[in-house]
Design a protein around this ligand. Structure first.
Ligand SMILES: Cc1cc2nc3c(=O)[nH]c(=O)nc-3n(C[C@H](O)[C@H](O)[C@H](O)COP(=O)(O)OP(=O)(O)OC[C@H]3O[C@@H](n4cnc5c(N)ncnc54)[C@H](O)[C@@H]3O)c2cc1C
Length: 358
């Protein structure tokens, strides 16, 4: 029997959408051409907030804030359903100068975020400078490689049919208004409805069905250090560069936003730039071994606003994609909103900004 939904892409967005739909009683199959969660969702940093929220439109804030609100419960559910801890933790973020204090103040007050200014070393003793820094105590993080493992196991446990190593090569229409089937590396597959959650590849997988859809790959490179667990107590941000401490002492330093197409290689120039910036912020990192350097392709979208909803002309085609820099943060909210739309329930947010337009 054909499933109710075929989801193209098994990243954090495809898997969380599958889980929400399955909770609603739907029969769901996820098609993932590689291993679920091994692309952008693995490569990211896992900060559960826009880096500087006041730099983004309200549609980004609202979706991220809803995601953050859902995270504690979502993460606890994942632990009980998968046995894997995605290490959700409220680690707080210290924003080192320069800070646009007027915009930050306005945004924090408007969104009810606690905030204060403190000498930087009072929060993080190892920092190079001690200027006044913006302290955001409620910023949380998740260890995204563990999150995707937990989602994968929870999806299997929920009876979702996860087909890894299956690539969608064509989306075939029965008429201009209906998808008929998917051509895949495992033959033709059919469902009542189809959801595109293919991250940076979302536009290319649809081809002529969405020729001008502005979803495109945006590369981000990341470094990983291994330090002592107490070296860095909080997330630290300075001028586009952030340091994220994991519980076991690993520290991520990121990132870049590079418009280089589907090229997922890493570069020596960026390795050096990230290393210099990270050790300039936290000089003791010089004695921590650098253990990894990787890159991932974010699903870039204008203003970082994803598409969540039905295709304007094709009645059984939906999208949940284009989350760009904040897909890990937005995932639980985005999946919930899409599922509400599909079920005919009133979504928790006004969906106008996320509508699929041609
Ligand atoms: C360096 C970096 C740092 C980041 N930091 C953060 C952060 O701190 N906080 C945050 O919230 N977000 C962060 N992000 C962004 C976040 O990782 C992404 O927004 C999110 O992972 C997007 O999820 P996705 O499921 O849409 O995409 P992906 O994880 O890329 O998943 C898409 C999946 O679709 C599959 N696929 C593609 N084409 C096909 C096909 N034809 N057939 C079958 N399967 C297909 C791919 O194999 C892939 O597994 C970061 C990203 C990067 C790269």
């Amino acid at each position: 029997m054909n499933p109710d939904f075929l989801i193209i892409g098994g990243g954090v967005i495809g898997l969380s959408s599958a889980l929400e739909l399955a909770r609603d009683g739907a029969r769901v199959t996820v098609l993932e051409r590689g291993v679920a969660g091994a692309e952008s969702s693995w490569a990211g940093g896992g900060i559960l907030s826009p880096l500087l929220p006041w730099d983004y439109p309200d549609a980004v804030s609202r979706l991220c804030n809803l995601g953050v609100e859902l995270y504690p419960h979502w993460s606890a559910d994942l632990i009980s359903n998968s046995g894997i801890d995605p290490e959700f933790q409220v680690s707080g973020m210290l924003v080192l100068p320069p800070v646009d204090e007027i915009s930050a103040e306005h945004w924090c007050v408007q969104h009810g975020w606690r905030h204060s200014y403190e000498p930087a070393q009072q929060r993080v003793p190892g920092l190079a400078g001690n200027s006044s820094a913006l302290w955001l105590p409620d910023v949380a993080q998740v260890r995204n490689p563990r999150l995707v493992q937990a989602l994968r196991v929870a999806a299997l446990d929920a009876g979702i049919n996860l087909l890894e190593g299956v690539e969608v090569t064509r989306v075939a229409r029965a008429s201009p208004a209906r998808i008929d089937y998917l051509d895949t590396s495992r033959g033709k597959l059919q469902a009542s409805a189809y959801i595109v959650a293919a991250g940076a590849w979302s536009q290319s997988v649809l081809g002529e069905i969405a020729p001008h859809w502005p979803i495109k790959p945006m590369r981000g490179q990341m470094l990983l250090f291994k330090a002592a667990p107490d070296l860095l107590p909080h997330i630290v941000y300075r001028q586009s560069i952030y340091l994220i401490p994991r519980r076991d002492g690993h520290i991520l330093a990121g990132s870049t936003v590079e418009d280089v197409g589907f090229d997922k290689s890493t570069t020596e120039t960026v390795r050096q730039m990230l290393y210099n910036a990270a050790t300039d912020i936290l000089p003791t990192l010089q004695s921590a071994p650098l253990v990894q350097h990787w890159s991932g392709l974010r699903p870039g979208s204008p203003d970082n606003i994803p598409t969540i909803g039905r295709h304007p002309l094709v009645e059984n085609l939906y999208a949940n994609t284009g989350h760009f820099r904040y897909g890990v943060t937005m995932a639980p909210a985005s999946a919930r909103l899409l599922t509400d739309l599909i079920a005919g329930r009133k979504p928790a947010l006004d969906m106008t900004a996320y509508q699929w337009t041609l």
